[in-house]
Design a protein around this ligand. Structure first.
Ligand code: HEC
Length: 411
């Protein structure tokens, strides 16, 4: 562990500092991230496929007993003829394929990634003392607690009388997600907050599969094995949750990727953007699936302006605030001193930060020329947004951001 040249900087140490090699941690990170993407793609693929299949079912003249509709599909050189049984076929087929591991693995790899990136390096990625001065363990406790509480509240909402009214239920779940976004952004760093909105919703989705959809399918198969007629309600409940999942999928993907963009994670109003993204993403899902199953453009055209408005609204919300007054004169030496003081603990050939062992993204501010080269990025990361210094670990002041901004504008 390096000895920091800057007072106060070594106080916040990450949990792993002494035990884990940064090189191995990075490899672990990329391998788990890869797995997470693969599992996520598989899950979303099957989830969208089955909702589209459901919507495309049509009645036919001679359908076996218990079948509510069928679909013909063509793919990969062959034709498929699929039939859906309202609750279950009269006899349990021998080779029943369950789709559950896509969801379980997406959640497991996602949670591992949360540990690798945000728990082990909580000081860097999760905590921002200017938002709330948490220790790493406090932040981790809040993280785990909020994911559990989120599932509990959501599940109770679905089971309550509200659950029978699709519109009201959708509105309450929507409000729950926005409240979570607001809460996270007042507890965690910008990046920490946004990844938690993603993790919060992703956890609801995975728990839907684990705790509701699959157990209900289990009950249906169990009563079939006993020779009883399964209760239709189990199928209906599962259907409701799986429908929720498809509406939440696209917004979740936005939350996860938005983490790499300072314009979003470094913006103070970003939590409000969540409402617009859930709206736009949910309606985009409606458009995609209804289009896929052959709805006329006239029936779904309304979605396009709504999606566009939601996204324009999101852009508007994250608009950079007014830049600093040009009148302020800041010399090269002054600007370099600020960067040296607030950035070089990490962005140096040999970082002195407790967690960072290599200049992040290879960005080193060793001279005024380096600063000029990276001027645009410095402006995005540290002036117009507060994404840098990461977790404001070096305690950068607003006045210093303004000065850097004035210096950059004068270049
Ligand atoms: C505590 C460590 C730390 C400090 C201090 C710090 N950074 Fe960073 N910086 C990082 C990390 C970690 C990343 C990589 C983030 C990622 O992987 O997305 C990064 C990335 C960046 C990037 C590239 C962003 C991108 O996505 O392309 C820029 C530009 C940057 N920092 C500028 C600054 C400036 C300017 C300062 C000082 C005002 C600063 N940083 C202070 C840790 C730090």
């Amino acid at each position: 562990m390096g000895v920091s040249a800057f007072a106060g900087m070594t106080k916040r140490e990450s949990i792993k500092t002494k035990s884990m090699d940064p090189f191995l941690l990075e490899w672990l990170n990329i391998l788990v991230r890869w797995g997470h993407l693969v599992a996520g793609i598989a899950w979303i693929g099957t989830s969208f496929y089955f909702v589209a299949l459901d919507l495309s079912l049509r009645k036919a003249n001679a359908m076996p007993q218990g079948v509510m509709g069928e679909a013909w599909e063509v793919h990969g050189g062959g034709f498929y003829h699929v039939q859906k049984y309202v609750s279950a076929p009269p006899d349990l087929p021998p080779n029943l394929i369950w789709f559950k591991w896509e969801a379980y693995l997406a959640w497991i790899t996602g949670f591992l990634l949360l540990i690798i990136q945000y728990y082990i390096q909580a000081d860097l990625y999760l905590v921002d003392p200017s938002v709330m001065a948490l220790t790493s363990w406090q932040a981790i406790g809040i993280s785990v607690g909020s994911l559990l509480a989120g599932w509990f509240i959501y599940d109770q909402l679905c089971k309550s009388p509200l659950g029978k009214h699709t519109g009201w239920l959708a509105l309450s779940v929507y409000a729950l997600i926005i409240a979570a976004a607001y809460g996270f952004s007042h507890v965690f760093s910008g990046r920490g907050a946004f990844i938690h909105v993603g993790a919060f919703v992703g956890t609801l989705m995975a728990a839907n599969v684990f705790a509701v959809i699959i157990p209900n399918q289990g009950k249906i198969t169990a009563s079939l094995l006993k020779g009883e007629v399964p209760d239709v309600k189990y199928g209906k409940i599962g259907k409701q949750r799986s429908l929720h999942n498809t509406y939440l999928t696209l917004p979740v993907l936005f939350m996860m990727t938005s983490n790499h963009y300072a314009i979003i994670t470094g913006n103070a109003h970003a939590w409000a953007l969540v409402g617009l993204v859930v709206l736009g993403g949910g309606i985009a899902r409606h458009f995609l699936l209804r289009h896929e199953v052959g709805d006329e453009m006239g029936e779904i055209a309304w979605t396009i302006p709504v999606i566009a408005l939601a996204l324009i609204g999101a852009m508007f919300l994250t608009q950079p605030t007014q830049g600093p007054a040009l009148a302020m004169k800041v010399t090269d030496d002054e600007a370099f001193a600020i960067v040296k003081n607030r950035c070089s603990a990490c962005h140096a050939a040999n970082p002195t930060d407790a967690t960072i062992k290599q200049a992040p993204k290879g960005i080193v501010f060793a001279s005024i020329d380096d600063m000029k080269r990276y001027a645009k990025q410095i402006e995005t990361q540290a002036v117009r947004n507060h994404a840098m210094p990461m977790g404001n670990k070096t305690g950068m002041l607003q006045e210093e951001r303004d000065k850097l901004g004035a210096w950059i504008q004068a270049q």
